[in-house]
Write a protein that binds this ligand. Structure first.
Ligand SMILES: Nc1ncnc2c1ncn2[C@@H]1O[C@H](COP(=O)(O)OP(=O)(O)O)[C@@H](O)[C@H]1O
Ligand SMILES: [Mg+2]
Length: 283
């Protein structure tokens, strides 16, 4: 299932309360996997309606952090607080078999199941909700198509509708732009930015490339070397901040409206850190 209900947390008094109005608070989260600290003291918060990019190269810990937020992986230190009732989740790399006899609207409707035990929506109300969601993601014309026959961008829209139909207050997407062409990439990002604002949902989207997100992203959480820097992109994506994070000198280069983060080697050969999947520790 792609919609998660975190276990209800007991109310705690005093200093443990989340900051007023935050949908998600990640508070000093560290994670150890295979004897290695993959994330160290990660902290940030997201409010309703905010569209936040979780940026980092391959292996930076994006999926790990999303799994901690979903309650699937216990942190070794720190806490996650989610004030929303449900979390919508679009996992990384879903393969939809072209032969699977499942229509787009059936997949969207599945997002209503598996969470409200006992009282299923009557079929007419259910159909109406599915139609609403298909419209919300601009996919009303492909509702009856087999999911496996849809393009990558169309499949992402359907998966987003699936994750949103239960009306979660927090939406997590793990690299939804991977394998999309540039036009679909821009459409999906614009769609998510609009949904965040219109439905006042907190949206956290992971990506190894930040440029497609820049026009819509309210803030960035930049992961490198197991640590995170968060804030508005123009404050975080700067040579001083990222060099400190990576633990070595990196340059931030603005070229043709794009931002490139590169590790200068001093010999004229520069390595783009986001595209190669180069590990932040320089290994
Ligand atoms: N179950 C695991 N056991 C040990 N190491 C893991 C496990 N899962 C992920 N890792 C390691 O944690 C790091 C972060 O992985 P991941 O969160 O998948 O990164 P990303 O999603 O940013 O590509 C990687 O170095 C990966 O090899
Ligand atoms: Mg990942």
């Amino acid at each position: 299932m792609m919609t998660f209900q975190r276990p209800a947390r007991s109310k705690t008094a005093g200093g443990d309360a989340p900051a007023l109005g935050d949908t998600l608070t990640v508070d000093g989260v560290s994670v150890r996997l295979g004897g290695r600290e993959v994330l160290h003291d990660v902290r940030f918060a997201i409010k309703p309606g905010e569209f936040v990019g979780l940026i980092g190269s391959n292996g930076a810990g994006k999926t790990t952090l999303l799994r901690v937020i979903l309650g699937l992986l216990p942190p070794s230190a720190g806490k996650v607080r989610v004030s929303a009732a449900g979390i919508g989740y679009v996992p990384q790399k879903i393969q939809l078999d072209p032969d699977m006899p499942l229509r787009a609207r059936d997949l969207v409707g599945l997002g209503l199941d598996g969470q409200r035990f006992g009282i299923p929506l009557p079929s007419r109300a259910r159909r109406k909700r599915v139609d609403e969601m298909l419209r919300a993601v601009g996919a009303e014309h492909i509702g009856s198509a087999r999911v496996g026959n849809l393009s990558g961008g169309e499949q992402q829209r359907i998966l987003i509708a699936h994750a949103l139909i239960s009306r979660p207050g927090l939406l997590l997407l793990d690299e939804p732009l991977a394998n999309l062409d540039i036009a679909s990439e821009q459409e999906v990002v614009a769609l998510l930015g609009r949904i965040a604002k219109e439905q006042q949902i907190a949206v956290l989207i992971s990506a190894h490339e930040m440029n497609p997100l820049l026009p819509f992203m309210d803030r960035v959480v930049y992961l490198a070397a197991g640590r995170a820097a968060s804030g508005p992109a123009d404050e975080v994506v700067r040579s001083e901040v990222l060099s400190e994070l990576y633990g070595r000198h990196v340059d931030v280069i603005h070229v043709h409206g794009r931002v490139l983060v590169v590790a200068g080697r001093g010999d004229g050969l520069e390595i783009p850190l986001e595209h190669t999947g180069a590990h932040a520790d320089g290994a």
